[in-house]
Design a protein around this ligand. Sequence first.
Ligand code: ACM
Ligand code: ZN
Length: 483
Amino acid sequence: MTLNVIPQPNKVNFFGGEIKASELAVEYKLDETLGEEAYIIDIQNNRAIITSKGERGRYYADITYMKLAEKGTLPLCRIVDEPAYSYRGFMIDSARHMQTIDEIKKYILAAAEFKFNVFHWHLCDDQGWRIECESYPELIKVGAYRDCHGFRSQDAREYGGYYTKDEIRDIIEFCKERYIEVIPEIDMPGHTTAIVASYPNLSCRGVKVPVQTDGGIFKDILCAGKEEVYEFCFKLLNEICELFPSKRIHIGGDEAPKARWCNCEKCQAKIKEEGLKDEEQLQGYFTNRIVDYLEKEKGMEVFAWNETLNSGIVKDSVVVCDWMDRSNKCEEYANKGGKIIAEDFYHYYLDYPYGMTPLKKTYGYSPLLEKLDKKGRENVLGVETPIWTEYVEDFDRMCYMCFPRLIACGESGWTREENKNYKSFRDRLYTYKGRLLSYGVKMAEDKEWDPSLLIRTRDMLKRLKDMLNPRAISVFLFPNKDD
Ligand code: ACM
Ligand code: ZN
């Protein structure tokens, strides 16, 4: 038997029978011995006793209780619950296409319902810089604007903008009320066209490049040989660390092509000077300098994408986000004591069509990868599901792509694997439709995310069109084993 709630609580004893919500007196108790996020709900003898260590556990208990009470009666039962993972994240890419502050709040409300506790905010990329910045004003004058609106259509309207610091603080506060931590990402040294468009001297060639108007991987990245680049990063990160209260920060590190570094005198001189093997190790050196600065000067914990492990020399204090690791480096890293987050492209990338990543596949993903040993499994901090927005231009589309798959990731973050069940999840999911709508989030219909339902030709064509983006094609060239 399960409770009609997502994520499914980890332990429930049913005593038999039900009671009307209106007949229950709710009482709150504290228990120092419980974990921060744990809670107990005891429903018997006309009382619902909610026990937690403090406010945070009580917040999760209340979410569970309110959902159970929705239908007017509650089962007599004892729920003893705490999350499988301490990190349960969702990522929004506001660089390729921005969302309004109100839209982001709607998304946060929906994510909070499923007990997510981290909002990883991807705020800059090749196609736009999105944070008000005083240290480097060209970032918002130049880097925040590009010459075209939609990538696929390449329509010639200018596109751009950025979030003011007050707007960002508003989101941080909104999240805090829901026990969600906001972790900003400043991607470097790659995915930095918006930065080098604003300050061309920060690239190897020093030539003016436009902010990109299409998806992809671009060569004009930050030069790792120029000292002024490190000074730029440190000063910029000072401002970011001042704005965001979190002691965790993401510095990207993904998809950094080395073409410019190979032909740059300064990058080559740095390789020699530091005794590095090649450009890959130069990225390791670059990352370590940034990580050192953030750790020592700012007391931060640093997150980075899994490419950061390619150099083999990156500090083992970095939390690695595993999105596309074809050579099991993340497992090795975790087995040796490094912390990782499961963010797998094939299961958790919500911008890919349902035809490629149906709900069941997202739900079935286990962050406990095959090659993890006992210690490695303990080093999986949790899960995260991103929505990249190259081809997600508006909020309706974003909701369609993310809901219900985000909810599946939410259940995997909280509910231990032995307590998960797809069929039950599907049944519970339907009961959330109205609640999500009340937050302003419209979930995709089941014929979209369930390939076993009849697919009409028109839908098939729509899906094929969705697949015409470069990373979707890569999935067909390099399918993973459970495709
Ligand atoms: C990524 O998708 N490049 C992290
Ligand atoms: Zn260079």
